[in-house]
Design a protein around this ligand. Structure first.
Ligand SMILES: [Zn+2]
Length: 140
């Protein structure tokens, strides 16, 4: 889906990027998350032994030119949070920290960055942030 969909907004913090940069491997200057990496989150209650067995089966299948068995595919899919779930987890973490603007290499950070701008930015992706969630907001 990343290949065809043009993402102007970070799916985590709603940061606007005019150059379509929110695809795999890109780091959001605002929330600092790398799409396709930081949002690759394993569920906490997964049986690790079984998980690595399943990974081994899928590697063996690839190496032998065979189709990965469906139950293995399904297990591995269920072992991770979906994109939407992972984005929500990362977004909540970012909000808990007070929506800090992480990187400013190219002067991306708006001078007056603060909770009000963060709230507006989140509206880009349809998230309405209650001020109560952001009591710890810091400028740095
Ligand atoms: Zn972001």
């Amino acid at each position: 889906m990343f290949d065809i969909e043009i993402k102007h907004f970070c799916p985590i913090c709603g940061c606007y990027e005019p150059e379509n940069q929110f695809s795999i491997g890109e780091i959001c200057p605002c929330c600092g998350n790398e799409i396709g990496c930081d949002d690759d989150i394993e569920k906490p209650n997964i049986n690790q032994e079984q998980y690595f067995q399943m990974i081994q089966i899928s590697i063996d299948s690839y190496e032998n030119g065979k189709e990965v068995p469906n139950h293995v595919k399904q297990f591995l899919e269920n072992a991770k949070y979906s994109e939407d779930e992972a984005w929500e987890i990362l977004r909540n973490k970012w909000i808990e920290k007070g929506c800090p603007w992480k990187y400013n290499f190219k002067g991306e950070r708006p001078e007056n960055w603060g909770i009000e701008l963060a709230k507006l930015q989140l509206l880009n992706i349809g998230i309405k942030l209650d001020a109560i969630n952001c009591v710890h907001f810091r400028q740095d």
